[in-house]
Design a protein around this ligand. Sequence first.
Ligand SMILES: Cc1cc2nc3c(=O)[nH]c(=O)nc-3n(C[C@H](O)[C@H](O)[C@H](O)COP(=O)(O)O)c2cc1C
Length: 218
Amino acid sequence: MVLELIEKRFSVRKFKDKKVEDEKIKSILNAGRLAPSWMNSQPWHFIVVDNQDKKDLLKEMCIGQKHVSQASHVIIMVADSLAFNRARFGKILKEGGKDELYIDMVFKNQTLNPALLGDSTLLLRLMEQTTYALAYMTLEAQNQGLGCCVVGAMMNELTCADINFIKIIKEQFQLPEEYFITAVLTVGYIDDEIKIPRKLRKEFDEVVSLNSFGEKYN
Ligand SMILES: Cc1cc2nc3c(=O)[nH]c(=O)nc-3n(C[C@H](O)[C@H](O)[C@H](O)COP(=O)(O)O)c2cc1C
């Protein structure tokens, strides 16, 4: 069933001029919210955008990609760079039933706490977590009979030299300083003219091994 959804999903970049119902958008958001994350840290926030001016601004942020302003909704995936701080991560661990001794150990152990290894490791872990949420959302969009496209080609603190543009984005979406955008997801009803593309993927044997790299699995 899930594999069927995965097989049928493709990135949609042209949408009907029809608003997606809130119930469907909420299902997609719940799929992201319920995704797995590093020690259940859930270092994400999702901003749903249906305002046309804001979608136009996001199109600019996504280097002019038309489907961003054309989509019924755009979901901004935001990562919390303080997610692994004592206050936020400690609270989650506590809620998960961990005792103070265990929590202290996590805050001293660099394998368990990405924040102890510097900004690049922290960033990698944040990208990793938000990617899970995005992947779940794409499948729920498919399940709801909608089309969507993950957009990673966009300007954020990591990819844009123009600090003023980043400031405008942060102001427009009232993003707290410690939050940054990792990707956006465009969502809408698939335009009738769209033809289902052939799935271009590497062959099974090229990407799968048994026991050792390069050893064929059956
Ligand atoms: C992290 C990530 C970033 C992506 N960024 C963009 C993007 O900026 N614009 C776009 O049109 N598609 C983007 N895509 C969609 C890919 O191009 C697409 O998934 C890939 O070509 C495979 O095609 P399919 O999704 O139709 O199977 C992105 C996908 C991922 C996973």
